[in-house]
Design a protein around this ligand. Sequence first.
Ligand code: KIV
Ligand code: ZN
Length: 522
Amino acid sequence: MDNENIKKIKIFDTTLRDGEQSPGASMNTSEKLNLARQLARLGVDVIEAGFPVVSDGDFEAVKAIAQEIKGVEIAGLARANEKDIYRAYSAVKYSEKPVIHIFIATSDLHLKYKLKMSREGLYEKAVGMVRYAKSFIESVEFSAEDASRTDPDFLCKVIGGVIEAGATTVNIPDTVGYATPFEFFNFIKNIRDKIKGIENVTLSVHCHNDLGLAVANSLSAILAGAAQVECTVNGIGERAGNAALEEIVMALDVRKDIYNATTNINTTEIYRSSQLLTHITGVSVQPNKAIVGKNTFAHEAGIHQDGVLKEKTTYEIMTPERVGRQSNELVLGKHSGKHAFKEKLESLGYLLNDKEIEEAFVKFKALSDRKKEIYDEDIDSLIVKSHPFEKYELKYVNAVCGDTVTPLSMVKVMVDGELKHNSSCGNGPVDATINAIEKIVNSGAKVIGYEVKSIRGTTEAQGDVSVTIEGGGGAVNIMGRSAHTDIVVASAKAYINALNKLYIHNGNIKKSNQMDVCSNKL
Ligand code: KIV
Ligand code: ZN
């Protein structure tokens, strides 16, 4: 490996934009801010915070992230039109390092069927819109959507044109995950070899995972000269997802001999980032997922266990600690005091003010009365709180179930400060509880998704429940989450959490109230 000429690869994180577009991964402003703080701690170079023109919520989230997160470039996505670009500018301009990211499709397929445009028309539009964005801001990224299926000569012409117009980053997306590694290497090399001025801008790639090749294609592109990769935590994203940040970063870290490249990522923050995203969205990673899966560092086979005990490197190419997974986790319990609790919060990256610590400590004590050992995942479940405002609050639930009785649930809910109660039957205790709550709140929301999982995979652990509801006449899907040692209680709380989010989503309280109480500020 040539240490002198080791290349620095920029990590452009799009978890909050492309990642958020994946089913079930939508986040509100406070959740996005929490994740953005963690991404900054992780050391990403660029946070693509959202697509500001899409909704007021997206705009507010990008603006809030631009205002708060320092030292990281904050990008806002825009289609190639003036309205989108101005909206993106209006949100990212608060950042120390704002970026407008413009995209338009360049493949004949998209030109003919989607854009109904000629190649010439597209060229003029792309160049004109980069110029327009440059009138506001220095850093402009241009993405040629569906680049990997675009005629290479035409693509080079467009990229050459936008560079002349002032684009500072040019991004080559494999939008539909169609490319293969060797082919993509040549594709990127051709761009590097042919385009005048390409050496003066950041050459970026953005790979999707439809054939499971997103990370391999991104790494091939790095070998061919790409200096930036666009990726998401846990690989979440449209359809089969985007290239997984943690996999690219660790491939570069472990195989420096091949890639001769490094990143600004603090690899010990990888696992926390993955966990935080899972806690916020409720979208878990598969147990065998590279780097962050539950089983990734577990050695089951006797021969492997024997080898690892004798010499770790026999079966481990990186240590769990390198990606922030602790083998000696400090477990808290009933007798742990506030000092230990505070230290644990800090070690997990939560920097709370005194009032927030006090609130979290009260919840911790309540949990430790029900549960002997409190693990890191339990602490996360106490801290990740989506909103300080609650229209509805669960006060009581008592569900009856068994193999010879009709499931019945009695529930009390505080609605705007007034205690209401009702009861209902159902197909099971959870169904009965949701029905009883619905009798009280009469929201009309429909449950379209329900998942329950043990936080640590054992029966003594807390049940982590996510409930997805369809509200507003089917126009919006919202997910609520909660954890409790009793899964009926967790289900009731998760449903109430979703109803509170729906209430806020429907514009019933001011945006400025949407900042979180339990912030993990840098
Ligand atoms: O996949 C894609 O082409 C995109 C662009 C907007 C960069 O997400
Ligand atoms: Zn994409």
